[in-house]
Design a protein around this ligand. Structure first.
Ligand SMILES: Cc1ncc(COP(=O)(O)O)c(C=O)c1O
Length: 445
């Protein structure tokens, strides 16, 4: 049972804290009182250092679309290990994945690779600035686009800091962020055309880019509204602003990304699934814009380098993952995601609890609130709801299920029908347990 202070995980964490602040290098995988250390994994199964096996509905924050140790990826990477893993020179592996992505995503005429999604976003922002000669960036309130200062504004805003909805405060995320960073950001709510227009218009001439997710991760993987994306596209075109879609998490919901449902962006950022489980990111888009990276005629407007950029291990793993994630697989996973959301919705009603599972395609998130979710504020959990999610997460953990600490998750091709049944049964038992512990989460009336 978690937590157990005598467990190997607890002991490893205690040791890790002697050498690393907070005991690790990644805040997203921390849980209190200690994170569970992983020993190994295969397919949909993950075994921790204490020998407990769980079924994975996190898949490294959605990066592992085929689960763990997927045969074609293991084979491609093993072969590459014997050929060398990184060089001071390009490889054909980079060319193959680059060509594949330009064929798969309509809006991507040219592409360059990075080591992470954060870097991809940073270079997309730099490209937009170089191309437009402007430097302000507009982003949605609450949206997470990685760890670059300029896109972190209002990432963590909450009721105490966010101000009026019609004019959201620009809330710096990391302590010590220079005030100029917030001054050069424009923050607007997701999915609200009228407010987006009101907030973007006064800054239109100063904006280099509007960055937005086709599926809003932090809001519960909810889909963007068509009218919102139509508006952003026409507004950006009218004012010479670049429209950037952050597809780092949402790419997996459509064969050509979640953007298939919307007008084409100028630039997109990718990560996670396109690296087959290895470190990766990419920025791609219109040829004319992507030329800011072209070094053939001397120093380009945006010099782009990185010791491990496009390393062949990530490239061959990504190509193996994506070629196996074809139209049929995308549709099958999305269907699984829809089943999970519907069944969890039924469980909430049956148990008389307020709540829902939101999401798009193969991505889902559980909420202890029943209202329509449209943007950051509508999905923001109250204190009792947050406490309920914390309890739910722990019940899942002790029933052999891995979901993120905020009770979001995703499905991989490694899951079987029996795994989905196990997940739904564990959800039922866990919700009943939470209902007993937190009567405040019962439906009112
Ligand atoms: C929408 C979005 N953008 C950017 C990032 C950052 O990507 P990375 O963790 O690879 O730096 C993430 C990661 O979760 C993400 O979900």
């Amino acid at each position: 049972m978690y937590p157990d202070q005598n467990s190997i995980s607890a002991k490893l964490f205690e040791r890790a804290c002697q050498f690393m602040p907070g005991g690790n290098s990644r805040i997203a995988v921390y849980q209190s009182p200690y994170p569970i250390f992983i020993a190994q994994a295969n397919g949909a199964r993950v075994t921790d250092v204490d020998g407990v096996e769980r079924t994975d509905f996190i898949n490294n924050q959605s990066a592992l679309v085929h689960g763990h140790c997927f045969g074609p990826i293991v084979e491609a990477v093993s072969k590459q290990l014997h050929l060398g893993v990184s060089f001071s020179g390009p490889t054909q592996a980079e060319l193959e994945l680059g060509q594949y992505m330009t064929g798969r995503v309509n809006s991507v005429e040219r592409i360059r690779f990075t080591n992470s999604g954060s870097e991809a976003v940073m270079f997309a922002v730099k490209a937009a600035r170089a191309y437009t000669g402007r430097y302000k960036i507009a982003k949605c309130e609450g949206a997470y686009h990685g760890s670059y200062d300029f896109v972190e504004i209002s990432r963590g805003s909450g009721p105490a800091t966010w101000g009026p909805r019609e004019n959201p405060e620009k809330v710096p995320y990391t302590k010590g962020t220079p005030p100029e960073v917030a001054e050069n950001a424009v923050v607007f709510p997701y999915n609200d055309v009228a407010l987006a227009e009101a907030l973007l218009t006064p800054e239109a001439a100063n904006l280099a880019a509007i960055i937005v997710e086709p599926v809003s991760n932090r809001t519960g993987m909810i889909p963007g509204r068509r009218d919102f994306f139509d508006f952003l596209r026409s507004f950006a075109t009218r004012h010479g602003i670049l429209l950037i879609y952050d597809e780092i998490i949402s790419f997996r919901v459509g064969f050509g990304g979640a953007q298939e449902r919307f007008p084409a962006p100028d630039l997109s950022t990718f990560g996670k699934v396109i690296g087959g489980g290895f470190p990766v990111g990419a920025v791609g888009g219109r040829e004319e814009v992507m030329e800011v990276f072209d070094q053939r005629k001397g120093a380009p407007p945006v010099p782009h380098t990185g010791t491990f950029n496009a390393n062949p291990v990530s490239m061959v793993a990504g190509l193996a993952a994506l070629t196996a994630f074809d139209q049929g697989q995308v549709a099958a996973l999305n269907q699984r995601g829809a089943t999970i959301r519907t069944e969890i919705g039924k469980l909430f009603s049956e148990l008389g609890m307020e709540g829902q599972a939101s999401g798009t395609g193969s991505l889902f998130r559980i909420h202890f609130r029943g209202n329509e979710l449209t943007d950051h504020r509508s999905a923001y959990p109250t204190k009792p709801q947050e406490e309920g999610l914390h309890r739910l997460h722990r019940h899942y953990t002790n029933r052999g299920i891995m979901v993120s600490a905020n009770c979001s998750g995703n499905v991989s091709t490694a899951l079987t029908d029996a795994d989905i049944d196990h997940f739904l049964a564990a959800t039922r038992e866990s919700l009943i347990a939470v209902r007993e512990e937190s009567p405040a989460l019962l439906k009112k009336g």
